[in-house]
Ligand binder design. Structure first.
Ligand SMILES: Cc1cc2nc3c(=O)[nH]c(=O)nc-3n(C[C@H](O)[C@H](O)[C@H](O)COP(=O)(O)OP(=O)(O)OC[C@H]3O[C@@H](n4cnc5c(N)ncnc54)[C@H](O)[C@@H]3O)c2cc1C
Length: 464
């Protein structure tokens, strides 16, 4: 027999947990978080946050006890475990349950999850929330002959802790954020000989891990106003990154490597090194597969999410959250939600608040389903793509684009404040809904004005 729940959330990373916490805070408990792994917390393990940790904490649950400006993964995991206990989420989370499919059944979704031993668990939910993150599926480099490598090989996102690197020659492929964090750590052991292969130069920032003084932590704990003000300051603090980073790199990179190591334009290639080397360990740190959707979720239009993405040239959503043809399905961190300038957690919170407003009439029994219109989605995405042409993301190849060079699907072309403005209140004109009770959304004056700002743009006013 199928288990029943009002809301199914796929993923117990910070996004799924944030959604669960918001629901608990409104006194709602009839939801299930379905998590493939055996523990909560999500994809990233073993590294440090790269934004200030006070910004990488929930606004509803600021933590006065952070010791450093940027926390390491065990401390971040501890924070989320504490919140899970505080909100009694254990009862709502099913670990070791991988969602393999979901299909619209006319009033909700029939969901199928699979446990590690292959047991299949059916579940039905009125509302489905996808919180599966973006960095969970490793991408492997397409290097000719790599399959014949006879040594040990693994991706940094699937670190093989049974392999000791001591005394080994190690090849690292990639110089993105992950490699940048682990290369200094593995090369601390002088017996490990590390050679790093870099396709293009990267900006490097000084390690950001300053310790808070005892006085500052006392203030965090005893003055909530100070804690909030400190967090807000971090949100608005900006610098000329290029000048700052160039200055830093010139300080730490030997003069003879400046030209090769310091980025001077999009995707400047380094001189190829044809020297052949022999290695025992091949450590690929080449990012993750992001422009696909790996769960077979079929909506009311009979299409799967992955098919919709292919038809749209890559991940696409309305306000990064809803897709036409997929009633009652909501995405956290869907297409074009990363601002590139702020914490992912802020975007996650904004989206969860938005989703809760959308699903409230479903939970209240006023409507049975809702779906974003094709017109609103197309107009919004046209607008985004026009805006994005002015950003560097459109001018270089990267994992922010479909296939590396296609549509920019990952980033939002504006500051987090704009994202917040647009998602503050739903624009109900952009949704269709089924109501047996004749329910009509309430439109507040302020709520109506703010989200329509983007509708005034010429591209948006072409909404059909
Ligand atoms: C090393 C590293 C450092 C980072 N540092 C920062 C930072 O400082 N600041 C920042 O803003 N962002 C950072 N990020 C980005 C980070 O991914 C996000 O901040 C955040 O972890 C995203 O949370 P999430 O819950 O959306 O996704 P995830 O953390 O990826 O969680 C998704 C969860 O869904 C589960 N799942 C996936 N598929 C299924 C399925 N089919 N069935 C059931 N469960 C499933 C996964 O097991 C996982 O637990 C970092 C990422 C990495 C890798």
């Amino acid at each position: 027999m199928s288990l029943q729940t009002q809301i199914a959330i796929i993923g117990a990373g910070i996004a799924g947990l944030t959604m669960a916490i918001k629901l608990k805070r409104m006194g709602f408990s009839d939801f299930t978080v379905i998590e493939a792994a055996n523990e909560i917390g999500g994809t990233w393990r073993g590294c440090s946050s790269d934004v200030a940790i006070h910004l990488y904490s929930l606004s509803s649950d600021l933590c006065p006890d952070w010791m450093h400006s940027h926390a390491l993964q065990p401390d971040i995991l501890q924070y989320w475990l504490q919140l899970t206990a505080k909100y009694g989420l254990d009862r709502n989370i099913s670990l070791d349950h991988k969602v393999v499919s979901a299909e619209w059944n006319g009033g909700g979704y029939d969901i199928l999850a699979e446990t590690g031993d292959g047991t299949r668990i059916p579940l039905t939910a009125k509302v489905l929330v996808s919180a599966v993150g973006r960095l969970g599926v490793p991408r492997f480099p397409d290097i000719p002959g790599v399959a014949e490598f006879r040594g040990v090989s693994f991706h940094s996102a699937r670190w093989d802790t049974s392999v000791s690197l001591a005394g080994k020659r190690v090849a690292v492929v990639g110089n993105g954020p992950s490699a940048t964090q682990f290369v200094p750590i593995i090369s601390q052991d002088p017996s490990v000989q590390v050679t790093q292969y870099c396709r293009s130069p990267r900006w490097l920032a000084p390690p950001a891990l300053s310790q808070y003084s005892a006085a500052q932590r006392w203030l965090f704990r005893h003055s909530p106003c100070y804690l909030r003000a400190f967090r807000s300051f971090q949100f608005f603090w900006k610098t000329d990154h290029e000048k700052y980073l160039t200055r830093y790199m010139k300080r730490v990179v030997p003069l003879e490597y400046w030209e090769e190591a310091i980025p001077s334009g999009p995707n400047l290639s380094l001189c190829p090194d044809h020297e052949q080397n022999r290695f025992f360990v091949l450590l690929t740190s080449t990012g993750s597969e992001q422009d696909d959707y790996f769960i077979s979720i079929k909506g009311n239009a009979g299409q799967c999410v992955a098919e919709y993405y292919v038809a749209q040239g890559g991940p696409t959503a309305y306000l990064g959250t809803t897709l036409p043809g997929f009633a009652n399905l909501f995405f956290i961190s869907g297409g074009n939600t990363a601002t590139g300038s702020s914490s992912v957690l802020l975007a996650v919170e904004i989206q969860t608040e938005y989703i809760i407003q959308l699903i409230q009439p479903i939970l209240d029994g006023n409507i049975s389903s809702l779906e974003v219109t094709v017109g609103a989605t197309e107009a919004y995405n046209r607008y985004l793509q026009v805006k994005l042409t002015g950003f560097v993301w459109s001018k270089c190849s990267s994992w922010y684009r479909t296939g590396g060079d296609g549509k920019v699907y990952a980033t939002f072309p504006g500051p987090m404040t704009l994202f917040w403005c647009w998602l503050r209140r739903p624009n109900w004109d952009h949704y269709t809904f089924h109501s047996a009770t004749g329910w009509k959304p309430q439109r507040s004056v302020l709520g109506g004005i703010i989200p329509t700002c983007w509708c005034c743009c010429p591209e948006i006013s072409r909404i059909s």
